[in-house]
Design a protein around this ligand. Structure first.
Ligand SMILES: [Zn+2]
Length: 256
């Protein structure tokens, strides 16, 4: 094993259960139907890399007993992927090291705007997070892992897909270029957006995700960024072999 991936959050942007909605008791009784916002942790031989900072990031990392994050990759700056970034201050306070944050240049501008205080000077004793914003390269080594970053399309927005060995995390995606599709073929593990049953302008919906998963033929595909359309155990039982729903707290081994 070269690394481990942990699904910190498997939910869509509004989380499941969603505010203001009544659910059958049976649905709520299954912990796998409780989905925090989408995020992944890569545990490498030399540290931890966080993919996106969901609003529940602090609770996700406490749940998984993660005490250190060494770098962050932001796939894109929709609220469900960045609103936990303020909590990175806890790591800064301990290490006094600006957190390396890799993302596309356009998303660096968003981070500077949303978390503008993180880039301002304050008197000693005032605690703010500090980010070291870096352009996302095609390939980089982080925490002892060779990580490849590729751009996929989430409607009008570019999103970073993250590949490590024969593992790929492709959240928030509607279309994938032929060049990237080649790299996603025949993996051990593919984690793929499947937001809901109805077609969505900016996400793969269930049918499209199943079709793409079968075409790409990973040994195991997990669907993520899931709405409350999915009652975990019922849908899982009906999925084709090799495809399953992700859930918060799912651990996946990554081989070299
Ligand atoms: Zn998004």
């Amino acid at each position: 094993m070269i690394a481990e991936a942990i699904i910190l959050g498997s939910g869509t942007s509004n989380g499941v259960p969603t505010l203001g909605i009544d659910y059958p008791p049976d649905f709520l009784a299954n912990p796998k139907n409780h989905r925090t916002r989408p995020s992944l942790l890569l545990r490498g031989p030399q540290g931890n890399v966080l993919i996106d900072c969901a609003p529940e990031m602090r609770l996700q990392l406490i749940r998984e007993d993660i005490k250190q994050v060494d770098a962050v990759i932001i796939t894109h700056t929709h609220a469900d992927h960045i609103m936990g970034m303020d909590d990175l201050r806890s790591f800064y306070l301990r290490t006094k090291r600006d957190m390396p944050v890799y993302t596309l240049p356009r998303y660096q501008e968003d981070i500077r705007r949303v978390f503008n205080y993180a880039f301002q000077e304050f008197p000693p004793g005032v605690e703010v997070p500090r980010y070291d914003l870096r352009d996302a390269p095609d390939e980089l080594e982080l925490a002892g892992m060779q990580i490849r970053l590729r751009v996929v399309e989430h409607g009008p927005w570019p999103v970073l897909a993250v590949l490590v060995g024969r593992f790929a995390y492709v959240t928030d995606v509607k279309t994938i270029s032929p060049e990237v599709l080649v790299e996603l073929r025949g993996l051990d593990t593919l984690i793929l957006d499947a937001v809901r049953y109805r077609p969505h302008p900016n996400h793969l919906h269930f049918e499209a995700a199943v079709e793409l998963a079968l075409e790409l033929g990973a040994r195991q595909t997990y669907f993520t960024h899931l709405s409350h359309d999915y009652d975990h155990d019922i849908v899982n039982a009906e999925l084709p072999p090799g495809i399953a729903l992700a859930y918060d707290g799912l651990h996946i081994q990554i081989d070299g």
